[in-house]
Design a protein around this ligand. Sequence first.
Ligand code: PGA
Length: 253
Amino acid sequence: MRTKIVAGNWKMNKTFEEADNLIVEILDELDEKGKPDNVDVIICPPFVYLEMATDIAEESNILVGGQNVNENDSGAFTGEVSASMLQSMDVGYCIVGHSERRKYFSEDSTLLKLKVDALLSHEIRPIFCCGELLAEREAGHHFDVVRTQLEDSLFHLTPIQFLQVVIAYEPVWAIGTGVNASPGQAQEMHAFIRKLITGKYGEEIAGETSILYGGSCNARNAPELFAQDDVDGGLIGGASLKSEEFIQIIKSF
Ligand code: PGA
């Protein structure tokens, strides 16, 4: 069966000391209360804290991911970070296609496809984000938007490559707003995504693909969201910045 995953997207938050404390608190609480065996826990801190995170996480049962990657392998790209750098720091996952990157950094499907390729060529598993704007949902275009996002940036992959991808459905109107998708809305879209994957890669691969929900997911709404058949966990923003709440979400399955 597919892996259940709870991933924390810290975005651009925390000082070094606060980040250090948060990771230690998460590990202590997981030690104390026990991490469920069937859930992979991933934290995605800002780049500058990745070394600290991978050092601390090395001895633990949590995994570390980046929040972005440049599509090139090396070279004169001031301020950027490549997949080979992430790989050399034992970073196993990387968020790609987050709506904040699509919006504020003009990342489009063609670029995201290159980023996915760069990650896979360095054995880093992409956590690929997709999701519609409020206006797109209101116009009834949400399924088309998500289908196009997946087709344009992921469906060129071979079946073996695709098995490395984790998908995160994150309706843009739910991110950071306090208004989460209802469990029914999440299930409907996750089932649609799984059907698309079935059409492209077959039932077995679709059944193995973890599809996470993201957007104002918290300790209160996670149990019902995670109880949906096709919701395999969450990509958590704000609620991943507090250890107690993050642990509660991990224990929501
Ligand atoms: P949120 O963010 O949980 O703060 O809504 C989720 C995300 O952007 O990944």
